[in-house]
Design a protein around this ligand. Sequence first.
Ligand code: TYD
Ligand code: MG
Length: 464
Amino acid sequence: MAAKSVKSVYFCQSCGYESAKWMGQCPGCRAWNTMVEEPVRALPKSSGRGHAPGQAARPGAAHASTLGEIAADEGVRYDTGIGEFNRVLGSGLVRGALTLIGGDPGIGKSTLLLQVARHMGAAGLKILYVSGEESLSQIKLRAERIGSFTDDLKFLCETDLDTILTVIEAEKPSVLIIDSIQTMASSEVSAAPGSVSQVREATALLLKIAKSEGISVFIVGHVTKEGTVAGPRVLEHMVDTVLYFEGDRHASYRILRAVKNRFGSTNEIGVFEMGEQGLSEVENPSQFMLEGRPAGASGSVVTCAIEGTRPILMEVQALVARTSFGFPRRQATGADLNRVNLLLAVLEKRVGLTLSDCDAYVNLAGGVRLQEPALDLGICLAVASSFRNQAMPQALAAFGEVGLSGEVRAVSLCDLRVAEAGRLGFTDCILPAAQAGRIKNAGNVRIHGVKNLQEAMEAVREIG
Ligand code: TYD
Ligand code: MG
């Protein structure tokens, strides 16, 4: 064995930037006071730089390949049994893929993976679920809420990676779930579990297993508050797929979002609802987002956004009230505040609404977060409706980007948005004039093309 020398390096806890000396500001992500010192033990040579993941070691035979020599791996995909999950992954789970699932503690990551494990186990795949966070009896309690399980699913409570590797060798699972990466520790690294170097080493090891054994690995990573343990951001570049599970812990809906995917499209989302028996898929998110819409209230407009490849109708709410303390308050929940401020200025200057002495609150109902420019027209109409205290027509949907001169500009996938509105019973759509003539599948939806905000307001009056 080579002698092990101990030295220190500094890591940024938010982005994983590595440096030989301490710095107040991280050059990688520009965050302040995120560099922490961690001891790093030089690894023995044998476990150092190895062969590329997925390839057998060929001593003395470094060899570059032509495309023709590379066998096309069709890429086996497993059905996870959950449609929304399959779609976010890109039509199923790829064999040998390393997938990171990040999210706040308590959002439902363990529940989601347990349900995936249940379905895949029932389909005859061998699954190993390793938990470093909960005891076996806690897992059993959760599992009982979810349903019955087959014996193809095995559980292990362990945080030591070397032990886990031994179990993997014995069990030879097709799918491995590590819950969570922050609790895992390898004896090769002397830093504490959850530290940047430990989390990275553990992930590198799992990557090797995933590629060499063809095991699909899920890694759970908590998104943590600054300064505690290394979060999933540190790992994003190492894994094949990064999914974030988000939503308000106190509300029942959850959104699974792909932010990186080597095997499918990003920006695809899956919508789930947390209930008594675990998570259930929400197949019609539009309907879900519009539930409980107030009838005849001012400041509420339905707009249509695109998430990934899927149109989602949602309600934009605005509340405009006179400022009581001089400086007007502006707040946006779900939408981008800078964008909202810009639209308020456009409304003031181009439509003549005196909003400068009003507080304005804009909210995307259902707790979604979106930054699509197509929401602009919905936001403007909602603000105008609240300002004038006039309710919008109930069966109206509006979308379009609003420019600084108050013009309504074209948006992508117009047909899809109109079709979705029609499917949910909307009878009128206000959309950019440039696209109004080209809608093919309007069905029963009346199309109102508008060139600018003024025309949009007139269209609303005509419909109402
Ligand atoms: P969990 O999967 O433990 O979250 P994470 O692994 O992301 O930390 O989910 C925990 C929350 O979900 C907890 O507050 C209880 C709730 N829950 C339900 O509401 N219904 C259920 O059937 C289950 C299993 C959990
Ligand atoms: Mg958990």
